[in-house]
Write a protein that binds this ligand. Structure first.
Ligand SMILES: [Ca+2]
Length: 285
């Protein structure tokens, strides 16, 4: 029973190890242990837009989980703050977003390379709408926006961005994924996640919490089995075959015994008999 238990334990551990190799979380941020106040400079987050360093604030009034989240405050410019991640050609970035009035400024969650934006999910409070973009559209037109779903104020919702083979797609509240989109800025690896906020709005009660990034690269295929020869199937001997084989063995034994007897007869006994013949007899011959 002990051996059986050990066997099952090893199987269980191998199973757990196998599960861990798929969809590994490579980055997560819940903001719960950061100091209240500006996010810029804390835990690897840094602003990439001059003049927006203090737009994103750690606060503990409204949060999705833990006890703290980020609130976007008034900004004189379109703000962006980023966190570097291990470059990843295939993955899913997830965040939870909320706004408390339809006048809230747009809040953005997105992925980037070091040098350029790839895509972003925009919370458009004015329209109770969540969209993903594949074009920059600096003039604010609707081109390059795909609606993922309709949202509601004062309700946390989940957004996902998936990327693979240079394409991106989005999902709202675990619903249906959008189609795969080709972003205006091509990319090989995602290198940063970022939070953004638009300027020109008077209300800034938008929040973001619980950001994570998963590596969805499939595990490498198992190595091929070592080369092996042809599998030989040995015939199973019947009882009659066994008896016949036993008979052959005994007849062989008798042959061996006869040889053992005849060898001394030829080489020892016969010469002895010859030597017993008298010498004169030999001469006579
Ligand atoms: Ca939190």
């Amino acid at each position: 029973m002990k051996k059986l238990g050990l066997f099952l334990l090893i199987c269980g551990l191998l199973g757990i190890a196998g599960m861990a190799s798929a969809d590994t979380t490579i980055f997560s941020e819940n903001f719960d242990t950061l100091n209240l106040g500006s996010l810029n400079g804390q835990n690897g987050w840094y602003s990439i837009v001059s003049g927006s360093e203090n737009v994103f604030q750690v606060q503990n009034d409204i949060f999705y989980q833990g006890g703290q989240a980020i609130n976007a405050t008034s900004s004189p410019v379109n703000a962006a703050i980023v966190h570097d991640i291990t470059p990843l050609s295939q993955g899913i970035a997830t965040a939870y977003i909320r706004y408390d009035s339809t006048n809230a400024a747009p809040l953005v969650f997105g992925i980037r390379t070091t040098n350029a934006r790839i895509t972003r999910i925009i919370m458009r409070a004015l329209y109770n709408e969540i969209v993903i973009t594949d074009k920059y559209h600096p003039n604010g037109n609707e081109e390059g926006r795909t609606i993922l779903g309709n949202s509601n104020p004062q309700t946390w919702f989940k957004v996902d961005i998936e990327w693979k083979n240079g394409l991106i797609r989005g999902r709202y509240n675990d619903g249906t994924w959008s189609e795969w989109l080709e972003p205006e800025n091509s990319f090989t690896d995602v290198e940063r996640v970022y939070i953004g906020a638009g300027t020109g709005y008077g209300i800034w009660n938008a929040y973001i919490d619980d950001i994570s990034v998963k590596d969805t690269t499939p595990p490498p295929p198992p190595p091929p089995p070592p080369p092996s020869g042809q599998i030989i199937t040995l015939p199973v001997a019947s009882s009659s075959d066994m008896l016949a084989a036993t008979g052959t063995l005994f007849s062989d034994l008798w042959l061996i015994i006869a040889l053992f007897i005849s060898i001394p007869l030829v080489f020892v006994i016969i010469p002895m008999v010859i030597d017993l013949v008298p010498a004169d007899e030999k001469k006579r011959r």
